[in-house]
Design a protein around this ligand. Structure first.
Ligand code: BT5
Length: 269
């Protein structure tokens, strides 16, 4: 870890985003610091470490390759060259129970940015997937440190398969290049996603708007799904997402179940 952190990072831009943000009534550009590394264990780990060392909000850590990229609950995240792997350090003014909103906001922002940049139609799958066709294009991992009732900082990690070939993708995954037939520019994509996240950031004050927008682009709305929980499996029609981020499923015997974790599989075609 130490060795990785000692690798020189290249600041590719201090002020990448062009949209002015309002802060304390004064319109000004919040600086965005992007640190690019050739190789890291995980951009989330490095961003977390920087947050603990008081790095400012909107520090972005990008790596060409992650050797220990991770997903939820200890899942591995394959991160070879050709994908976009990055983490944003945020200090949102959020109570802990609202932290999930970041993930849903980021999914919508990423979906829009990818669509604008590439014309590919990306859909969302509960809870944290970006999908293209019916394969996984990317995922989001939010990690955080809390202080009392509040989020002290959050690390918003986003991984997207961009230019990898089939051999570099795990089963069930897809890259943009495999669908578009084109090589995509990672830097332009990163810029578009960061811009989109920054311009929608104020929506954190409007949970229903975030969840509504996410649900409008959900691929299993309303399809038959199976959610595997640590000690249970729930099967039924996915009917909605609640404001607390959980998925509402109508089971075969017409009962309503609310699930707030687990892996989802779509059963309908
Ligand atoms: C996720 O986890 O989907 C969140 C992935 C977040 C990755 C980013 S990259 C930047 C930042 N730094 C990190 O270390 N992480 C974040 P989850 O829902 O748990 O899905 C993980 C599962 O997706 C794995 O168990 C595999 O089945 C599958 N998978 C692994 N690598 C993949 C890839 N490159 N593309 C598509 N699916 C993959």
């Amino acid at each position: 870890m130490e060795a990785v952190l000692r690798l020189a990072a290249t600041a590719i831009s201090d002020r990448l985003t062009l949209k002015p943000q309002f802060l304390g009534g004064e319109s000004r550009l919040l600086p965005l610091k992007i640190l690019r590394y050739e190789r890291l264990l995980s951009t989330n780990t490095t961003a977390y470490r920087l947050a603990e060392q008081s790095a400012p909000e909107w520090t972005v850590v990008v790596a060409d390759v992650q050797t220990k990229g991770r997903g939820r609950g200890g899942n591995k995240w394959a991160s070879p060259k050709g994908g976009l792997w990055f983490s944003i350090l945020l200090r949102p003014n959020l109570p802990n129970p609202r932290l999930h909103l970041l993930q849903f906001l980021a999914a919508t922002a990423t979906r829009k940015a990818v669509e604008n940049e590439t014309a590919l139609s990306v859909m969302l799958k509960w809870p944290n997937d970006l999908v293209l066709g019916n394969a996984k294009l990317g995922g989001i991992l939010v990690e955080s440190k809390t202080q009392g009732e509040k989020v002290s900082f959050a690390i918003l990690g986003i991984g997207l398969n961009v230019n990898q070939g089939k051999a570099q993708l795990p089963p069930g995954a897809i890259s943009m290049r495999l669908v578009s037939g084109k090589q995509h520019e990672l830097r332009a994509l990163l810029r578009a996603i960061l811009d989109q996240i920054r311009s929608s950031f104020d929506e954190l004050d409007h949970p229903s708007k975030i969840m509504h927008e996410w649900w409008s682009n959900c691929i299993h709305r309303p399809l038959k799904v199976q959610v595997t929980l640590p000690e249970d499996t729930v099967t039924g029609i996915s009917r909605a997402v609640a404001e607390d981020g959980s998925l509402i499923i109508e089971t075969d015997d017409h009962r309503i179940r609310k699930v707030n974790e687990g892996s989802l599989r779509i059963l309908d075609d």
